[in-house]
Unconditional design. Structure first.
Length: 133
């Protein structure tokens, strides 16, 4: 048994000016910057929406991807594979997957596993319960 939920959105920017990209997205979304998180990320304040929104400097083309957070990464990846997702690469502590329709997304460790909005899944991937957001 494990649980998972939408964690938030990552705005992938192919840029050498991460601070400039973060200023744009901060203003566009009305979310103040919470500062750098390492060299490749700037966190935006999406706490009023119970989401994580980050601007990330990347080498691939610019795009937006989502993160699914879970208390058991391997169990969640297996559940998503049963739905048709494919593993692309493991990066440090998370997995990059590809949906059957081609979108890439990440499965990451839950930052706040007791937060609302998680669905609890049995070992076969059937939902047991959902905590409203």
């Amino acid at each position: 048994m494990h649980k998972s939920r939408l964690a938030g959105f990552i705005i992938d920017c192919r840029t050498d000016d991460l601070d400039g990209a973060a200023r744009f997205w901060s203003a566009a979304l009305g979310m103040r910057s919470r500062g750098n998180d390492g060299e490749a990320y700037v966190r935006l304040d999406a706490s009023a929406r119970d989401l994580s929104v980050e601007v990330q400097s990347v080498k691939h083309g610019s795009r937006v991807h989502l993160d699914i957070e879970t208390d058991d990464i391997e169990a969640e990846v297996r559940r998503l594979e049963r739905l048709g997702a494919k593993r692309v690469t493991q990066s440090s502590t998370w997995w990059v997957l590809e949906a059957p329709t081609g979108q890439r997304f990440c499965v990451v460790k839950a930052a706040h596993p007791d937060a609302p909005g998680f669905t609890t899944w049995n070992d076969e991937g059937t939902p047991l319960s959902s905590r409203p957001a």
